[in-house]
Design a protein. Structure first.
Lengths: 1209, 513
């Protein structure tokens, strides 16, 4: 040792070291996790010292999966590890708060009214001046602390008033992503379902739902856990910045490179994940579709035309719809040919819902097992499987993929060419397609195969005559040369990529993986982008294979125990029918964003000959509701309680007669749908609960319209309503309503944007202060959330808050509301026989067909409520689950014995009287967790066994052996506190996880021949729903991005003058927040730039005179956003990034341009719905909550940008 | 031979996510208090970039580390012009708060307390030091993810010597790139901070080599702050003492990895014992620049060598420590496989934290506005860079400036080794695992053949592969037994301590105390 370096041995001389040892000493470690919107489901240890949560570190005791896979530990990121800051921070909501203007008015009204709180509230609501006074004060400070009792009274009064005056479907609740704190979500959704209120979806509204998944697989989203990335050998990361959004999983990507995987990253910017790439492909924003279409062109040419790759051929023949027969109608692709069209098969059950393929041996059409007609068979059960057998003829089928070698004719088929530059309306390209003639009961019909259509659509030259692309260099859809103009990527790169993709798929039998995310899914035509990539996966046999497939990671919804959870969360245990609303439609309509545009015709592209191409999005929305395709609440132009009462007064003696009365009223016009006149005050939503989310802030696409039309608060939007709205189906009232909501209640642990704008803020326990349950699809473990310390100050867990509210509503409104009947309107539903409802689209209100509930129109159900029993029902598990079991994916699983056992372990003291079976208690979050764990097949091996039995009955397959090794597994809260526990194999999901195998979706389908829940039972590249034919989206196609000239959101801004320069506005997920949570956290603010910077290309910035850290203003007709600017060469030119989910609570100045507080990232956006995604009533195109419907896209926005001097606060 | 043990950390940069979880773990535990707000004992830098504190590698300005004088003797760079005493009262090389940042927070309470106003309330930024409103101009991670920046990336001191053409390319789409560099105290064998301390407050713990500032003895001269070339000693303005990364010694003593390593969700950090010959440090540190790295590797001893083991025992090392050294993952990466290098060995502090340099994507060409990645390469390579490593976006010269005193040869060899193992594992999977035709691996040669090109055996390749991708917690962090009872015994009977320890009142240190 050098003499200047002192080496110290003597512990006595180093006693001062206890300075640091003392800091490290702690009293206990508690396993818990983080509870909303983050899909990490990381197991954490929270360190408590002196009763104070001091810091957190990751737990590292995940069970090991298969040998040869990297371990999961540690999981947890920079955001999660900064959470402890919130508990004692000055942004913590410690007490109930109410806005001063409101409470003053209310207290005064109570003093002056003799009728008590309800009468006081009614007085305020009937006085526009009083109502406007507190509405205009929203968001402008003036909060006051109040007692819990008064806060609950105010919320309960508004609920009871709304139910009594307008109907329960005018009370709405929003909370996102239940999987991360399942009891906390269920608290509010259960409350809503018990009172008849509306539960609002999130996955579609966040635009995290990939519509291509239900389109292709009949599945909401099903993806591999991150450990399965390690089985891939070619990974394309697209629009998913894993380092930012999947931080705890990223190591599997970095590690699998060392196991020999090739990684390509598609991102317009050099994003963080690009550092792991072998190839970084900077395709132009939103243009990945064109690249993948060209890849498919190469795959079809080199693996299907030039030679036959056996693995690929066998795969697509069995697992995709490529061999199925499609009618050629007027020279265009038409409907799939059906069994009942053949004389030989006309007698088969549900013959209109069984598809046909061509058998090579008999040279004739045959009907394989597995179509959706088999799924819902009553008589011919047990044939819903993927066996290539014709059950009518009793023959095996050898599928023929193509008629290229043997056809009756070559038809010059017209395909829509949406991409022809400069064309005002879509043109067509003509391509040769080989066809055969089939003699049907209606006469001769020309058919081709989906495969032949695909070859033609992609322009592959098969020597059938003129029209195809002569070579890869031909500038014709969809060649490698063609894609250049959209992607900016050289054709050589596309060809090379495709060849490597093909080679890897062949060599590894389908270990091609696309990891995809919000960067792709948030575009208007995201379904087409996804389908382009999915096609490349299916063509290489890569779906349903470990290490392969479409790994869509956005807003993960995977609530592993959804069968049991759903019963609790939606009051099914008390026989309720929940009012589940797709939020995109709700906000598009109720926040009046529809009034500011001419609808989809301005920016979506339809083939020229479709009659609906000149209507308005809201017309399509209204028709979708009347046809039973989408839900909509409020339902009617009056209270559904009143509707039921009217029916009884009119003499209805049964539920069926009540429904008949309703249908009759709708038919003869005596009863109206609320959607037909959304701005009528009778049809407004009135009371809104927000919990676990930021519904007014970062979840509000069109935020400034929310402020104006929902709240009546200040707004920076300057958009005007077009004169020629062109609406035909709904009433357009002359003045859009301002301030529809009577009361907005927010449950929160932090003062976020939603809390700041709410009337009432209730202090919620943080994630370290309550017990709950947490699962994800990023891994396969079940994790607890656990209280490390009791709820601080006056905060309470969400479950306790809604239980207390239920008690208050019963107290104030029980006798006023009493026992009632409620008519619930529900759309045609996925995973039920409703999937066979509408073989053709027809409108009952124009007289095309009769209105038949559940067939041609929505379903109606009569539910009985007793508001006096509200609290009792809230806190105990009702008998209906004991009687009916739990359900998922169309399977019903009996649970009576488990229910009784649970009732013994956690008895509800209020139950068991009069000889009824005792009920399990649901008094606290932990009771709810125990119930979910006990009653779900994913955590109870016996129930998994019963689920497989139910699936065996439907499929005729032997499946129960899959659950053999796990049948006696049971999980409890104590078990998952001791160590994360792995989920079980169950047919309520599609992966097989036995023996440490990583979860990969659809392995159950591929390995055990269980059909997908689609029309054909196979993966669908061809979609023959009438709406898809009309929209030209039957096959994977390219449609151009909407541009600023189509979106009409910059016109009023240009009229203001001084506009700056126009940029495409992109809001990717950020590094320093999980959505808005953590974003204002001091740690994250410090490690970023102390704000929400705008990212701009350095050259663009220089041209606009903007230096790094200068203040800039972004603005369009929707609103304004002001922040400092970060300049970098890694951002593509012409694009401005704002990492999404900013708050307007922290460091937001006054907009120099609009003179008001500048907004947040969603101040610049507006919801744009894609009508084809409203399709319903047909096979996989049937509604399910968070599963199907139009999504809240927000990537196509354009904004102006300019430098501003340092603005004022 | 005097043998000493050093707790050493290794960072596999190829895996780094750039998430900063490590930084927050450290901050939560150690520097979340008055006077320490601006300290980030662990920080993560986007590179190329200027880091924290800004431009810390610019030793012309900061004058950290050691230099070798004309006679080959070591001199502190700080004291080489004016003497230490003269500098004691005026030290222009001392970083100022602006070189770090003015720590800030927001007036969140206004959201609750604002009266009804014309505008919506917002929490304005305020200084954590003065409490007054401020404009935020810099932070501890200000150039985060700022690749291609003409302000930050372009002014990275380690780009010196990289050609103008390449430096320009780094700001264009063809070559824009970044990686991350996590940094803690290097717990050097020849620490300049200790050499510069006038009070003798800085020492190296004999048992594990952790370098500490004795908070009782520190007299606020702040020479350590200047002399550390890595700028990893910080002055606490509240207590008037310097503080630095303590390698979480209380956790090490409890058998747990440092918080930064434990929390590393990229699994890039490894922790283990290195044995070294304590008598040769000065010679190593004063080696000619081109021999510095090999000299440093030489001083690290083979824990399996019987002579070394004997010397360990003679030097008082416990067998448990020797066993830990034998299983040390750091030793394997650094000494057995030559895959890891110290940061800026030319500072001559003999830094004991090591880095595996990262791979990066291939460059593209842009022709007529179209981006092309399909570079010419040997058709039988699964990874283009195996034959065309100079097409990596991160310039080898740049990595060499960080890790190998400017010599690109070791960097090239390390990156090619990683690529060869990737190709090897890929071919091996094709041959064995996937059920496809074994002949179709596309390369025409067997899996092992690719290893010949980098002179690696299959056994070595498998071991490197395993430790790179699959190490468990116990394999990443091989922690020695600290025998706290033996240390305690010199002060108090452990049985008495068992009953008595922890009683008493805690008092925060006071300025000047």
């Amino acid at each position: 040792m050098s003499n200047w370096v002192q080496e110290r041995f003597d512990p006595a001389a180093r006693r001062w070291e206890e300075f640091y040892r003392n800091r490290f000493q702690h009293d206990k470690r508690v396993r818990t996790t983080h509870g909303v919107n983050c899909t990490g489901s990381c197991s954490w240890e929270v360190f408590v010292k002196d009763g104070i949560v001091t810091w957190e570190l990751q737990a590292t005791d995940y069970p090991q999966l298969q040998e040869g896979l990297p371990p999961y530990e540690p999981r947890g990121c920079q955001r999660g590890i900064s959470y402890s800051w919130y508990l004692y921070s000055p942004i913590r909501v410690k007490y109930p708060y109410v806005r001063g203007e409101l409470i003053d008015i209310y207290r005064q009204a109570k003093r002056e009214c003799w009728g008590g709180p309800l009468h006081a509230w009614a007085t305020i609501q009937n006085d526009p001046e009083l109502r406007g006074r507190y509405q205009r004060a929203r968001g402008k400070g003036g909060f006051r602390r109040i007692s819990w009792d008064e806060a609950l009274e105010l919320a309960a009064v508004s609920v009871v008033h709304t139910i009594a005056t307008h109907g329960p479907d005018r009370v709405a609740g929003f909370s996102p992503i239940p999987a991360m704190s399942q009891a906390s979500y269920a608290a509010g959704s259960r409350f809503m379902s018990l009172i008849g209120g509306v539960v609002m979806s999130f996955y579609d509204w966040y635009c995290d739902l990939p519509p291509a998944s239900p389109e292709t697989w009949g599945e909401q989203t099903d993806v591999c856990e991150s450990a399965d990335w390690y089985n891939a050998r070619f990974i394309a990361v697209m629009g998913s910045n894993l380092n930012m959004t999947r931080t705890p999983d990223t190591h599997f990507l970095s590690e699998v490179r060392h196991a020999g995987a090739k990684v390509t990253v598609f991102s317009p910017d050099f994003s963080q994940v690009a550092k792991y790439a072998d190839w970084w492909i900077p395709a132009n924003p939103g243009q990945d579709t064109a690249f993948w279409l060209a890849v498919n062109h190469v795959l079809l040419t080199e693996c299907y035309r030039e030679r036959t790759v056996d693995y690929f051929f066998d795969y697509v023949a069995r697992y995709s719809d490529l061999p199925f027969l499609v009618e050629v109608t007027d020279g265009k692709p038409g409907r799939c040919l059906r069994a009942d069209q053949l004389a030989t098969h006309a007698g088969t059950e549900n013959g209109a819902w069984k598809l046909l393929m061509w058998d090579d041996v008999h040279d004739a059409p045959r009907m394989p097992n597995g179509s959706i007609g088999d799924r819902w068979a009553h008589d011919e059960k047990g044939r819903w499987n993927l066996e290539l057998v014709d059950s009518v003829l009793g023959e095996k089928i050898t599928p023929r993929l193509s008629f290229v070698d043997r056809h009756d004719e070559v038809v010059a088929m017209a395909f829509d060419a949406f991409d022809v530059a400069g064309a005002a309306s879509p043109a067509t390209v003509t391509r040769p397609v080989p066809v055969r003639t089939v003699w049907t009961v209606e006469g001769p019909v020309q058919v081709t195969t989906v495969f032949d259509l695909l070859m033609a659509r992609f322009g592959v030259d098969r020597g059938l005559g003129a029209g195809s692309a002569a070579s890869y260099d031909a500038d014709a859809p969809y060649t490698p040369a063609w894609q250049e103009r959209y992607t900016g990527i050289d054709r050589k790169t596309a060809i090379s990529f495709a060849r490597q993709w093909a080679r890897n798929g062949e060599q590894t039998r389908g270990r091609n993986l696309i990891i995809i995310g919000a960067g792709a899914n948030h575009w208007y035509h995201n379904n087409l982008l996804y389908r382009a990539g999915i096609t490349a996966l299916i063509l290489t046999g890569s779906v349903g294979v470990n290490g392969g497939g479409m790994a869509h990671y956005v807003g993960q919804e995977k609530l592993v125990g959804h069968a049991a959870w759903g019963s609790i969360a939606f009051g099914l245990d008390w026989g309720m029918v929940p009012r589940q609303q797709n939020t995109p439609s709700f906000h598009y309509v109720h926040s009046d964003q529809w009034r500011y545009e001419r609808g989809y015709r301005s920016y979506d592209t339809l083939p020229t000959d479709h009659p609906e191409r000149f209507d308005h999005t809201i017309d399509h929305q209204a028709r979708a509701v009347r046809r039973g395709w989408l839900p909509f609440f409020p339902q009617f132009d009056r209270s559904p309680l009143a509707v039921a009462a009217e029916a009884r007064r009119a003499g209805a003696t049964s539920d069926d007669e009540v429904v008949a009365h309703v249908v009759d009223g709708l038919k003869n016009g005596k009863l109206g749908f609320a959607i037909d006149d959304p701005d009528d005050p009778r049809n407004w939503p009135r009371t809104w609960f927000i919990w676990r989310g930021n519904a007014i802030g970062t979840s509000a696409k069109g935020h400034e319209f929310f402020l104006r039309h929902y709240l009546g608060a200040d707004s920076t939007a300057i958009a005007t309503e077009p004169d020629d709205l062109g609406v035909s189906e709904v009433e357009v009232r002359p003045d859009a309503p301002i301030g529809k909501m009577d009361l907005v209640v927010d449950l929160n642990f932090r003062m976020d944007t939603s809390a700041l704008y709410s009337d009432l803020v209730l202090p919620a326990a943080t994630w370290y202060e309550k017990d709950d349950l947490n699962t994800t699809d990023m891994h396969s473990f079940v994790n607890p959330m656990q209280a490390a310390v009791p709820p601080s100050w006056e905060s309470r867990p969400d479950w306790d808050i809604f239980a207390a509210l239920a008690a208050k509503v019963a107290e104030i409104g029980g006798d006023v509301l009493g026992q009632v009947e409620d008519v619930i309107m529900a759309p045609l539903t996925h995973d039920t026989p409703d999937e066979l409802a509408q073989p053709a689209v027809a409108d009952w209100w124009t007289g095309q067909v009769e209105p038949v509930p559940g067939r041609t129109m929505p379903k109606f159900r009569v539910v009985r409520r007793d508001y006096r029993r509200l609290h009792e029902q809230m806190v105990s598990l009702g008998p209906a689950v004991r009687a009916n079991g739990v359900s998922a994916h169309g399977l019903t699983i009996p649970v009576a014995d488990v229910y009784d056992d649970l009732a013994r372990r956690q008895p509800d003291p209020g139950s068991g009287a009069g000889g009824e079976p005792p009920r399990p208690r649901l008094a606290r979050g932990r009771d709810v967790v125990e119930a979910i764990l006990a009653l779900d097949p994913a955590t109870n091996g016996e129930l998994a066994h019963r689920a497989f039995q139910a699936e065996e009955a439907k499929t005729g397959l032997s499946l129960t052996p899959l659950g053999a090794g796990q049948r006696d597994v049971r999980m409890s809260f104590a078990d998952i506190v001791a160590q994360p526990r792995r989920v079980l194999t169950t047919p309520t999901w599609s992966g097989i996880v036995a023996k440490g195998r990583p979860y990969s979706p659809f392995t159950l389908n591929v390995e055990h021949l269980v059909p997908w829940r689609t029309l054909s039972g196979r993966q669908h590249l061809y979609l023959d729903h009438e709406q898809y034919l009309a929209w030209g989206e039957h096959l994977p196609v390219y449609k151009p991005r909407p541009d600023h000239t189509m979106l009409s959101e910059t016109e009023a801004t240009r009229a203001e003058g001084q506009v700056g320069r126009l940029f495409n506005y992109i809001t990717p997920h950020g590094k320093w927040s999980i959505h808005s949570t953590y974003s204002e956290n001091e740690r994250m603010m410090t490690l970023s730039r102390g704000g929400y910077p705008i990212w701009l290309n350095a050259k663009d910035a220089a041209e606009l005179g903007i230096a790094d850290n200068d203040w800039v203003e972004l603005y369009n007709d929707n609103g304004v956003f002001v922040q400092r600017c970060t300049t970098s060469a890694r951002i593509p030119r012409g694009t401005v990034f704002v990492y999404h989910a900013t708050e307007r609570t922290v460091g937001i100045p006054i907009s120099p341009r609009r003179g008001k507080r500048a907004g947040m990232n969603n101040s610049l956006t507006r919801a744009r719905l894609k009508p084809v995604l409203m399709s319903g009533g047909y096979a996989q195109f049937t509604y399910a909550f968070n599963y199907w419907g139009p999504t809240g896209v927000n990537r196509d926005t354009f904004v102006y940008l300019r430098r501003v001097n340092r603005p004022d606060y | 031979m005097r043998v000493r043990a050093q707790m050493s950390m290794l960072f596999h940069l190829d895996k780094c996510i750039g998430c900063h979880t490590c930084s927050v773990a450290c901050k939560n535990l150690w520097t979340d208090r008055d006077g320490a707000e601006y300290m980030w004992w662990n920080n993560v830098e986007t590179r190329p970039g200027t880091g924290y504190p800004t431009g810390w590698e610019d030793q012309d300005h900061y004058r950290g580390g050691w230099r070798r004088d004309r006679k080959g003797r070591l001199r502190l760079t700080l004291h080489s012009r004016a003497g230490g005493v003269a500098r004691a009262f005026y030290n222009p090389s001392l970083p100022e708060l602006d070189d770090y940042y003015d720590p800030f927070t927001f007036r969140y309470g206004d959201l609750f307390n604002s009266p009804h106003s014309e505008h919506q309330p917002t929490a304005v930024p305020v200084s954590k030091i003065t409490g007054r409103p401020m404009e935020i101009r810099t932070g501890p991670n200000w150039d985060d993810d700022l690749s291609g920046s003409d302000i930050f990336a372009a002014n990275d001191p380690s780009l010196d010597g990289v050609s103008e053409t390449v430096r320009h390319q780094l700001q264009e789409i063809e070559r824009v790139v970044f990686n991350y560099l996590p940094r803690i105290c290097n717990h050097c064998l020849n620490p300049a901070c200790a050499g510069a301390c006038p009070s003798g407050a800085i020492y190296k713990r004999a048992e594990d080599g952790v370098v500490l500032v004795n908070e009782d003895k520190c007299r606020a001269w702040r020479m350590c702050v200047s002399a550390c070339p890595y700028k990893k000693v910080y002055y606490n303005w509240s207590t008037g003492k310097s503080e630095k990364c303590i390698l979480c010694f209380p956790r090490l003593e409890a058998g747990e990895a440092p918080a930064c390593a434990h929390s590393c969700v990229g699994r890039i950090r490894y922790m283990g014992v290195l044995l070294y010959g304590a008598d040769r440090i000065e010679a190593v540190a004063s080696s000619p620049t081109d021999e510095l790295i090999s000299a440093q590797l030489d001083v690290i001893l083979d824990p399996h060598d019987p002579a070394v083991i004997d010397a360990c025992r003679a030097s008082g090392l416990d067998d448990g420590w020797i066993a830990a050294a034998q299983r040390s993952p750091v030793y394997r990466f650094v000494k057995e496989w030559h895959l890891a290098l110290p940061l800026h060995a030319e500072y001559r502090t003999v830094a004991m934290m090591f880095y595996v340099p990262p791979l990066s994507p291939v460059m593209s060409t842009v022709d007529d506005g179209l981006v092309d990645l399909a570079i010419e390469h040997d058709d039988d390579d699964d990874f283009e860079l195996l034959s065309r490593i100079e097409h990596a976006r991160l310039p080898l010269e740049y990595l060499a400036n960080l890790f190998s005193c400017g010599d690109p040869a070791p960097i090239r060899r390390i990156l090619r080794t990683m690529l060869a193992i990737r190709a090897y594992k890929r071919r091996q999977g094709m041959e064995a695992g996937f059920g496809a035709d074994p002949a179709s691996n596309g390369s025409g040669e067997g899996a092992a053949a690719v290893l010949d090109r980098v002179g690696l055996s299959e056994e070595e390749a498998e071991a490197i592969y395993h430790l790179t991708t699959q190490p468990t917690l116990a394999e990443r962090f091989v922690l020695p037994p600290y025998h706290r009872e033996v240390a305690m015994e010199t002060i108090n009977d452990p049985l008495q301590s068992k009953g008595a320890i922890g009683f008493g009142s805690r008092n925060a240190p006071k300025r000047g105390g």
